[in-house]
Design a binder for this molecule. Sequence first.
Ligand code: TYM
Length: 380
Amino acid sequence: MAENYSVTPWEVKGKVDYDKLIVQFGTQKITDQLRRDLQSAVGELHPMLRREIFFSHRDFDIILKEWKEGRSFFLYTGRAPSLGMHIGHMIPFVFTAWLQKKFGVNVYIEITDDEKFMRNLEYSLDQTRQWALDNILDIIAAGFDPDKTFIFQDTEYIRNMYPLAIKIAKKLTFSEVKATFGLDVSSNIGIIFYPSLQIVPTMFEKRRCLIPAGIDQDPYWRLQRDIAESLGYYKAAQIHSKFLPPLTGPEGKMSSSVPESAIYLIDDHKTVERKVMKYAFSGGQPTVELQRKLGANLDVDVPYQWLYYFFEEDDQKIKRIAEEYSSGKMLTGEIKQILVEKINSFLDLHRERRERARDMVKDFKYEGRLAKAMWEKIHE
Ligand code: TYM
């Protein structure tokens, strides 16, 4: 039966059934056992794991098993730059920075100024490069280690990646890429070649690569896993996240192209308050009397979901909010106000870190210990 949702690297539509998606994409659910194994390896669990925002994986169990035996791995994630990142975009970066702190491993972050340019007729290369520089500040603000993190723009680092990129490209046929990404014969040839560039960083080291990212990126990793071993590398492991829903309703994902659906990292206090109060989709009842009597439906309530997924890390507090709001003790206006305060204090801190990041860009891109070593390496 056709599903009433769809997830591709460019679009998420409908209310995603994440359990079904695991079956459809052939990934594995993150089990209680796996969470316990991670906790015993690093001493604690990030709230995004406790709350199952990161819910699916491939070979994460192998990564942990090998880690126990003394074998290390590296982390890889990325971003197609746009004019201003939104809160949903921070999920993989916040989580990857946490993994880096816990395991002390290298992180590679690909900024695909090429992908963004080739996929959108209306964008110039100057624009996507400019956005890359801007987005890198937000990414650094997530808290990466400047000596163990390499952030690179494809249009700058291509010379070092090109030999490996063409080896990968030679293993992928047009018909595979076409079927995987829904391209057709009118697609420009740049975007047909592009998947090999998103695959290259999975082979930056001769160790296992672990990719934390939204599950929309999974098609790339399916191709990678088909060909990695024939090139002498490991199949990439992944840990997949769900999507932060748009402010305007529980379906799809927050998207930069629909401004009222997103809170941008540059939104000021007033804008945050206005957007949440005006647009946040509520599972509460239409009148105070009915809300007191019937309570809210948390399954569709966006303010609750944002608190649960990202903004309220305290398990006791989120439990209390769930109880009071679903029983009618708490009103819609009250939960929205809690969310506004949480978002604004997150953004205040983020903007401070973003300002400090300006002086660190050169370390992450060129001069830090890992960055320097990477510029001396040609990937084959
Ligand atoms: P991009 O720029 O579309 O997305 C960057 C990352 O953000 C995740 N994401 C979200 N996560 C939660 N809620 C949302 N509403 C939301 N919207 C986006 C995406 O899943 C992704 O992890 N082709 C890639 C760039 C890239 C990349 C990579 C991504 C290159 N190499 C390696 C991940 C890993 C892209 O267009 O990402």
